[in-house]
Design a binder for this molecule. Structure first.
Ligand code: UFG
Length: 311
């Protein structure tokens, strides 16, 4: 996101508590502030010392399984932290926001592809915490003139030349498969092979991070007329875990060891977006979200950063 904003000639300030992030990932052109959205004083200092035009709020706890077994952190950061951020923004006269929401707001879909009118019934506390903040935004829009758009990401993946995924622990499928391809040692776990899908494994809609970033910029540019809208950001193509494994073998040329494992808590069987609304209203055209491009860009980044971001 920061790379895209800078390429567009905008000034960017990054606030991150580095709970999962890496300072090396922040482009030099951006100002970096170490801080947490739950820290009102830090936010007040930031808003008081800069002229901020708009906020892109991406700070969150995102581990789905943890959100089921130990939901406290998700509500503390995603809901309470979100409220603190909104208060600080509005207190300093900043009323433009692009909010990172998620496909997890829909829960177990009753029809696919999922469009934005599909009922939102989360099956994990991660999705619930994001949906709660979406609802707060609607009320703040009416009452306080907040201008906002919610972006409901499906499975964000892929990399740019400089920036890729490096989480500890890594829970996402594609970097875990690529790690197995790089090391050739430990097999990839396949969490559940008895789902009601054609091959029994979960089906997901993978969308490239650069396409997601582009949608945010379009949302920001059109904010006055789009305020209050929520958009699905997905490629509109679903792939099972076995299909992702096969695509990775094809792209990397490496055979990848696999191990069938039990289901992971909180995983819906199928999540595939209809992204028609984003295409129509934002004019969004995903350009890098074919599965092969996603895997190829993530693979290139992993090969050039075999140890991830070295501290
Ligand atoms: N999976 C495996 N093995 C792994 C990792 C994942 O089999 O090593 C499976 C998961 O069980 C799931 C699929 O691969 O079925 C995709 O898993 P990810 O962890 O890559 O992504 P999720 O679909 O769980 O989560 C993503 C985002 C969340 C968001 C969610 C929406 O990371 O932030 O989509 O449901 F909430």
């Amino acid at each position: 996101m920061v790379e895209e904003l800078i390429n567009d000639g905008l000034d960017v300030i990054v606030l991150d508590n580095l709970g999962q992030g890496h300072p090396q990932a922040v482009p030099r052109e951006a100002e970096f502030v170490l801080g947490d959205i739950r820290d009102r004083t830090a936010l007040d200092n930031l808003f008081a010392s800069h002229r901020i035009d708009a906020v892109m709020h991406m700070a969150a706890e995102t581990l789905v399984e943890l959100s089921v077994t130990d939901p406290k952190r998700h509500f503390d950061t995603n809901l309470a932290g979100g409220l603190t951020l909104l208060d600080a923004m509005l207190g300093h006269g900043v009323n433009r926001l692009i909010f990172s929401s998620t496909a997890a707001v829909y829960g177990e879909p009753h029809s696919v592809p999922i469009d934005e009118s599909h009922p939102a019934v989360p099956i994990n506390a991660y999705g619930e915490s994001k949906l709660m903040l979406e609802r707060v935004l609607a009320w703040y829009g009416r009452a306080y003139g907040l201008r906002y758009v919610c972006m409901r990401y499906f499975n964000a993946a892929g990399a740019t030349e400089r920036v890729g995924e490096d989480h500890d622990p890594e829970t996402h499928l594609i970097p875990n498969i690529l790690r197995a391809a790089l090391d050739g040692s430990a097999p990839v776990n396949i969490f559940g092979s008895d789902y009601p899908t054609p091959d029994g494994t979960c089906v997901r809609d993978y969308v490239h991070v650069s396409d997601i970033a582009r949608a945010h910029i379009l949302g920001l540019e059109g904010l006055e007329s789009l305020s209050g809208r929520a958009y699905n950001l997905g490629s509109a193509m679903g792939y099972s875990i076995l299909e992702v494994l096969e695509a990775t073998r094809r792209v990397t040329g490496v055979e990848i060891l696999r191990r069938l494992s039990p289901r992971r808590a909180g995983d819906p069987a199928v999540l595939v977006a209809s992204s028609a609304l984003a295409r129509e209203e934002l004019g969004w055209e995903p350009e890098q979200s074919s599965l092969d491009t996603i895997i190829a860009t993530a693979w290139a980044w992993m090969q050039s950063h075999p140890e991830g971001y070295v501290e």
